[in-house]
Design a protein around this ligand. Sequence first.
Ligand SMILES: O=C(O)CCC(=O)C(=O)O
Ligand SMILES: [Fe+2]
Length: 173
Amino acid sequence: MHKIALEMKFARSEYCPSTLLPEEKRRIVEVVGEGDPEPALPRIGHSYLVPKQCQLARYKPDGSSVYVRHLDRCNLSMNEMGVVEFLRASDYRGRVVTAILYLNKSDWNSGGELRVFDHHEKGEERDEKGLDIIPTGGKLILFDSSKVEHQVLASYGDDPRYALTCWVNGILT
Ligand SMILES: O=C(O)CCC(=O)C(=O)O
Ligand SMILES: [Fe+2]
C-alpha cells in the first residue's frame, strides 16, 4: 500500500473550486510519499494540475443507474477513433489520477459497488472478476485514470448513491 499526499502551492484563500483557475494557480507543487516500490502515478516529486471542476453524480437506487466498464482517460489515437470523436474526447486525454469521494451514509449497504479491474497490457487477458469497493460515505478512492478500468453496479434501497469525482490532469515536470 502506498501513502501519498498532494501539497498545494497556492494559499487556501485563493482557491475557489467553483471558478476556472488559471494554470499557475492549479499547480500542485509536490507529491510526497513513501513506500516500495514507488507508485507509478502520481509520481513522487512531480507536480500535477488540480482539477478545474468536479463531478457530483447521483445514481437512482431503483437498480436502473449503472456505469459500464470504462477507463477515465481516453488513450485511443485519432486513427482509432475518427476525428470527431477524438476532438470530443479532448477533455479526457489529460486525466492522470481519478479521485472519488463517496457522500453516502457511513453504513451504506445498498449495492452500487465500484468494481475495479486489474490493469492488463494490450493482448493480455482481461481481468473479468474485479474487486468490489462499497461506496461507504467518507471513503476516498484514488487510482490511475489511464490504467484502472472500473464500473459502477446498480444500487437498491431508499437513498440515492452520491459520488464526488475529481480528475487530476497532466504531468508538469
Ligand atoms: O461513482 C463511482 O464510483 C465511479 C464513477 C465513474 O466511474 C466516473 O464518473 O467516471
Ligand atoms: Fe470512471
